[in-house]
Design a protein around this ligand. Structure first.
Ligand SMILES: Nc1ncnc2c1ncn2[C@@H]1O[C@H](COP(=O)(O)OP(=O)(O)OP(=O)(O)O)[C@@H](O)[C@H]1O
Length: 217
């Protein structure tokens, strides 16, 4: 479960990107995060991932308070989280395979099991057979799929996606959302941010709407 209790995030310079937010996301829930540019969507996702720390309040992920946790312990929490952020951070000096393999190497996965997982993740996102390519030869949409494979290869229980459908045409965006839906169907908790509320509306899921760091109706 993800719980925010009166969370405020103030960036250096004094700007409050998130203001006294409280909410819960249950295990296995799919929640959309909507809001204008600068509303605080990325900040909220970074707080869940422990990339940013709250200035006030508590962020609990699986009952662990990230605000109080020592930095050295954060990697253990992150093992349960998959991240898809806007700046892809693809390594263009490595193959598609090696990009997806990286999180498993960091965790210290065995060679055989790791290999199996990488191929399974690439298959899941529709990139089978492209493992030996350099990511530079993938289309924008395929690079997005590569990022999704890399985010799920360690089978996280929570998947956070920041504007995964930005810059995609509507059909392609629907494909990507279908992919996320398939993770949801196997019990993964998903938080997906997007500008386009029409896309979200089709799914009939809870929408958290942010405006200047606070929820609106
Ligand atoms: N590291 C930072 N230092 C200072 N201010 C920041 C930092 N990161 C974000 N902000 C500010 O916090 C506010 C919220 O930013 P955030 O990226 O969370 O919004 P967003 O809803 O994800 O916007 P977008 O859709 O444009 O990505 C913005 O005004 C932004 O300028």
């Amino acid at each position: 479960m993800i719980q925010f209790q009166q969370v405020t995030k103030r960036y250096p310079g004094g700007f409050d990107a998130i203001k006294q937010l409280s909410f819960e996301i249950q295990d296995g829930e799919l929640v959309f995060l909507a809001g204008h540019s600068g509303a605080g969507k990325s900040t909220l996702l970074k707080l869940i991932a422990g990339i940013e720390r709250p200035t006030a309040g508590s962020v609990l992920v699986n009952n662990q308070n990230l605000a109080r946790m020592r930095r050295a312990s954060l990697p253990y929490v992150r093992r349960h989280i998959g991240l898809i952020f806007q700046d892809h951070k693809i390594l263009f000096d490595r193959s598609v395979y090696d990009n997806v393999r990286l999180p498993l190497d960091i965790i210290g996965f065995g060679h055989q099991e790791g290999h199996r997982r990488v191929l399974a993740a690439l298959d899941k996102v529709g990139l089978s057979g492209k493992d030996k390519l350099n990511p530079v030869s993938l289309s924008g949409g395929e690079q997005q799929r590569l990022c999704i494979a890399r985010a799920v290869v360690h089978r996280p229980s929570i998947l956070l996606a920041d504007e995964p459908t930005a810059n995609l045409d509507r059909d392609y965006a629907q494909d990507i959302l279908q992919l996320f839906k398939s993770f949801h169907q196997v019990g993964v908790t998903l938080v997906i941010s997007a500008h386009d509320e029409n896309l979200m509306a089709d799914y009939g899921r809870r929408i958290l709407r942010l405006k200047h760091g606070q929820f609106t109706a």
